[in-house]
Design a protein around this ligand. Structure first.
Ligand SMILES: [Ca+2]
Length: 263
């Protein structure tokens, strides 16, 4: 490490302060309230955008259409793009959120801000993805690399995950985002299966491939779809993806795994 004299350090600090004083606000003083990126709401939301300087021009686009700040209350998946312009400077904010009426006890298991509590089986290796092209909410997602050595690719949410819930009897839904580059590579009759491991064995809930598309999919599993599943003592939850044949390689992603009670 280079040694700085006291005078040298003071000079460095002074020039740093000068740089700060000389730059304009890179955010244009834009603040957004009433809605947060990655959140799920059980009722109406009203996004409010404010700017410190009235000269800053703000435009909003909701799911591709111009938006003027009316309350949003319909069930759905929303993307709000806020653009603030001041002369040649432009700031863009991109928020994704959902409205799901009748939702109670919403419990976020993982949005992948951290990378822990998961293991893999068969043809899968996992990593912490920060590439925003493959993040649905927040800054990170879970990346799965399937190399083409097996048709099955499993990611397991383990009981030592910090947010693991073993007794699911307060909940009747499990939901998550999954990104597939090409759904035609998946096995049609068993593309995506969620397996619940309990002391009395493994119980599966199959998600229909007809509901899947290329890109991000929101998957909602009804925990009551398998009447044999005892929700009181879950040991692990396995997310299984199958390709049509074992030699297919694929990189896919998960984000925002949550449980809740749906009325
Ligand atoms: Ca995330």
């Amino acid at each position: 490490m280079r040694h700085l004299s006291k005078a040298g350090l003071l000079l460095v600090l002074m020039s740093f302060t000068l740089i700060l004083a000389g730059c304009t606000d890179p955010s244009l003083g834009v603040s957004i309230s009433g809605v947060e990126d990655g959140k799920v709401y059980s009722g109406e939301v009203i996004p409010v955008v404010s700017v410190e300087d009235p000269a800053v021009e703000v435009t909003m686009v909701l799911n591709g259409d111009p938006y003027f700040g009316d309350p949003i209350s319909k069930d759905g998946i929303y993307n709000l793009v806020v653009t603030a312009t001041d002369g040649e400077q432009t700031v863009t904010r991109d928020l994704n959120f959902r409205i799901k009426t009748g939702m109670k006890n919403y419990q976020l298991i993982d949005q992948f801000d951290a990378f822990e509590g998961f293991t893999t089986e068969n043809d899968a290796s996992i990593s912490h993805n920060a590439n925003p092209d493959y993040v649905m909410a927040g800054k990170y997602s879970l990346r799965v690399d399937k190399t083409g050595s097996d048709a099955r690719s499993m990611v397991r949410l383990r009981d030592y995950h910090p947010n693991f819930v073993s007794n699911l009897s307060k909940y009747n839904r499990l939901g998550f985002w999954v990104y597939f580059p090409d759904v035609n590579l998946l096995r049609p009759d068993a593309a995506l299966i969620v397996n619940f491991w309990t002391p009395s064995g493994q119980k599966s809930i199959n998600y229909p491939i007809d509901n899947l598309k290329n890109g991000w999919n929101y998957v909602e599993i009804n925990l009551l779809d398998n009447p044999e599943l005892d929700l009181r003592t879950i040991n692990l939850i396995e997310f299984q993806v199958r390709t049509a044949d074992g030699s297919t390689a694929m990189t896919y992603y998960y984000d925002e795994i949550a449980i809740w009670y749906q009325e």
